[in-house]
Design a protein around this ligand. Structure first.
Ligand code: EPZ
Length: 417
């Protein structure tokens, strides 16, 4: 397995171009299953998860052609309704094929995704919503087996705000008969991006960007050509690196309106942030002030930025509290940061951090995608050398992260296993 070696102590300066958003690309590429024709997508990030999605779609009889950051998907030949365990276990977002398959083929057999390091991540709300639309849903030998002669519009309330749950039900409802109302829906930019693409395909979705989505079913959808929105979490990760290293970075090709909570919090830590159209410039302050963070569904502070902010608070002046309200086990990076000298105490879903003068370089282990990025950030400001192992987690969600950091002046390299 590859590892990434970081020498701490460099102030990062320059420009970094943000790639397309993984969590928008996954549902949007999968929404092609709803179309009897060929869709084209640009600004698709070159990531392991996109590769997995390509394999998943090809397995369903769909033609997928990728060329750099452009993808063409022709689902006219969709002839298989099964997503097998060996594909789903590599990428839990594969569960997003469930809604489109039932909508288009009237049946689906998708492996249950199982848990992951950050939590149990059940899909009960996905299944409850599908059943509400009239599908017969059973769990058989680790698979979801769903079928419906006709999906009929219904009123669905999500007990918990769920990003992929909202996306799955959106994709199921667009071809259902009648009107579906989704209440307590997720409002993440990636959900908005999917809804916008579905409407471009000819769907009738109202209330986009709010927590109440009204979908009027249509008979069919038509092919589209669209560009994937920028990745707000990649942008936030580089913003944090400027604050952390006292640097001066221009984050280009990003969408500042998707980052309001992160911009607000970063300013409170003492960073100077200026915004112009699709550029955010972050100048790190001469000291980092401690602040408290509580992760919430959008537009609250994103859970996918929690680990990155924990690194910032680890070397801030003072005491801070980070509360993780979305996932029950998203503090795995804490033990690795403590091995680098961070002073962090955990009590339930709350982390109490006392800033230290300096972190120490160390060999560390990546466990989930965003925790891996936080270990790279820690290495950027730690003394000496940090060796981040198991970087395949990183490659799932960050496009050439070490090259982008090196271009900003970081002393960082990938060592092939
Ligand atoms: C999406 O995961 C993202 N993944 C995650 O990003 C992100 O952290 C998460 O949303 C929260 O913003 C993709 O979009 C592919 P949820 P998702 O359903 O949809 C509970 C990354 O790093 N829940 O919004 O799986 C669940 O257990 C990844 O890119 C149920 O109880 O998250 C969690 O506590 C990590 N029942 C909460 O809701 C359900 O049926 C939010 O989960 C569904 C969810």
């Amino acid at each position: 397995m590859d590892k990434i070696i970081v020498e701490g102590g460099q102030s990062l300066r320059g420009e970094v171009k943000i790639s397309g958003a993984k969590n928008a690309a996954l549902p949007i590429l999968i929404s092609s299953l709803l179309v009897d024709g060929s869709c084209t997508y640009s600004n698709v990030p070159d990531l392991k998860d996109i590769e997995s999605t390509k394999k998943l779609l090809a397995n369903l009889g769909v033609r997928v052609a990728m060329n750099n950051n452009a993808v063409k998907i022709d689902a006219a030949g969709l002839n298989n309704y099964e997503a097998p365990y060996e594909l789903v276990r590599k990428m839990r977002a594969s569960i997003l094929v469930l809604g489109p398959l039932v909508a288009r083929l009237k049946k689906a057999r998708v492996s249950l995704p199982g848990g992951c390091s950050i939590g149990a991540r059940p899909i009960n709300l996905h299944l409850k919503g599908l059943a509400a639309l009239g599908a017969k849903v059973d769990l058989v030998h680790g698979y979801v087996e769903a079928s419906a002669d006709t999906l009929r519009g219904a009123e669905i309330y999500f007990d918990t705000v769920t990003v992929t749950g909202t996306e799955n039900l959106l994709m199921a409802a667009v071809l259902a008969e009648g009107i579906t109302i989704l209440r307590n829906s997720a409002r993440e930019p990636e959900v908005v991006a999917l809804a916008d693409v579905l409407n471009k395909m000819g769907a009738k979705i109202e209330g986009i960007g709010t927590s109440v989505l009204k979908i009027t079913g249509v008979d069919s959808l038509k092919p589209v050509a669209v560009s994937i929105i920028p990745d707000r979490i990649e942008a936030g990760t580089f913003m944090a690196s400027a604050a952390l290293t006292g640097g001066d970075i221009k984050i280009v090709d990003c969408e500042p309106t998707h980052l309001e909570s992160v911009i607000h919090k970063l300013r409170l830590t003492g960073s100077d942030i200026t915004i112009e159209s699709n550029i955010i410039r972050v100048k790190g302050g001469d000291k980092i002030s401690s602040i408290d963070i509580k992760t919430m569904p959008y537009p609250g502070f994103p859970t996918d930025m929690q680990a990155q902010f924990m690194v910032l608070m680890s070397v801030a002046k003072g005491f801070s509290v980070i509360t993780e309200t979305i996932f029950e086990n998203r503090f795995i990076h804490v033990s690795e940061l403590k091995r680098m000298g961070a002073d962090i105490k955990i009590s339930g879903n709350t982390a109490m951090i006392t800033g230290v003068e300096k972190l120490m370089g160390a060999p560390v282990m990546a466990t989930d995608l965003r925790a891996s990025a936080s270990l790279i950030l820690a290495g950027l400001v730690a003394s000496d050398t940090t060796e981040v192992n198991r970087v395949y987690h990183l490659d799932r969600g960050y496009e050439a992260i070490e090259k982008k950091f090196a271009a900003l002046g970081a002393k960082i390299k990938r060592v092939k296993a």
